[in-house]
Design a protein around this ligand. Structure first.
Ligand code: GLU
Length: 273
């Protein structure tokens, strides 16, 4: 199969050094495999995303010497693919999962879930709250819906199933559904697909053969493998890059501007290599 890679920033802030390293790695692996690199703006969360950050990401990539090989033709150049341009495609994916009875409408918010499980996890604040299986509606709930409406839709995970995958950088990974993560949101009550669904749907549509991204998404990969299966698609290869940490050992966030790529690129002596 031909190698197809992608760079897929979410434009909610300026890119930081961690993005630069991950994107440079994605470009390198793609070039080494004589592949095609796709650039996709993941702006499906329209409330949090800003066009100015998408533009800034493109400018920063250019300065880093990273280019992509495909996209809508704009004056002889490739424009990026823009996730929010394809809502009808995502509605179709929602419908497929809904008809398969694998997702259900849910009124519980992230806050509800956090509040319900706070006590048992009090000693481990970093632990991700797991949606209680007892909150699941009976099988088949939601099958008669003709549109998502103002509900969150959750994926019914196969409790106790071990999801194993090989990561090209991190090696073998193992997660247990229902223990490491619970029923996760695939469609949001504000009418857009959640990250897990949008990214899988787009990677399938764009025939991505290897996903290169940050190691903070390793657990998401286990969820996404379940989505590939539910959609009857073959998952890509995975390569999760180690996270870049700041001087306090914390992973970089878009809001910590000190190591924004913009600032670093303005410093003439900066080099990624
Ligand atoms: N858009 C996501 C982000 O910027 C990355 C998605 C992915 O690579 O799967 O965090």
């Amino acid at each position: 199969m031909a190698y197809r890679g992608r760079i897929a920033p979410t434009p909610t802030g300026l890119l930081h050094l961690g993005h630069a390293r991950t994107f440079a790695l994605a470009a390198k692996r793609c070039r080494e495999n004589a592949g095609t690199l796709v650039f996709r703006i993941e702006d499906i969360d329209t409330l949090r995303c800003k066009k100015e950050f998408a533009v800034a990401a493109m400018e920063d990539l250019k300065k880093l010497g990273i280019s992509w090989d495909e996209g809508p033709d704009v004056g002889g150049k490739f424009a990026p693919y823009v996730q929010s341009d394809n809502m009808p495609y995502f509605w179709g994916i929602w419908e497929k999962l809904k008809n398969a009875g694998i997702i259900y409408p849910c009124r519980r918010s992230r806050k509800d879930v956090a509040a319900a499980v706070r006590a048992p996890h009090a000693e481990d604040e970093a632990a991700e709250p797991i949606f209680p299986a007892s909150w699941r509606p009976p099988a088949g709930t939601g099958r008669d819906f003709s549109a998502p409406g103002d509900y969150n839709w959750r994926f019914r995970v196969p409790d106790g199933e071990t999801i194993t995958f090989f990561d090209e950088i991190q090696g073998k990974q193992t997660f247990v559904a229902g223990k490491d993560f619970g029923d996760f949101v695939v469609w949001r009550r504000d009418g857009v697909p959640a990250y897990e669904l949008a990214v899988v749907a787009d990677d399938i549509r764009m025939k991505i053969s290897e996903v290169v991204r940050g190691a903070d998404l390793l657990k998401s990969t286990a969820r996404q493998i379940l989505l590939y299966r539910a959609l009857g698609a073959i998952p890509p290869r995975w390569a999760h890059a180690p996270l870049v940490l700041d001087e306090n050992g914390k992973r970089l966030a878009k809001r910590s501007s000190a190591l924004s790529l913009r600032t670093l690129l303005e410093n003439k002596s900066f080099s990624l290599w």
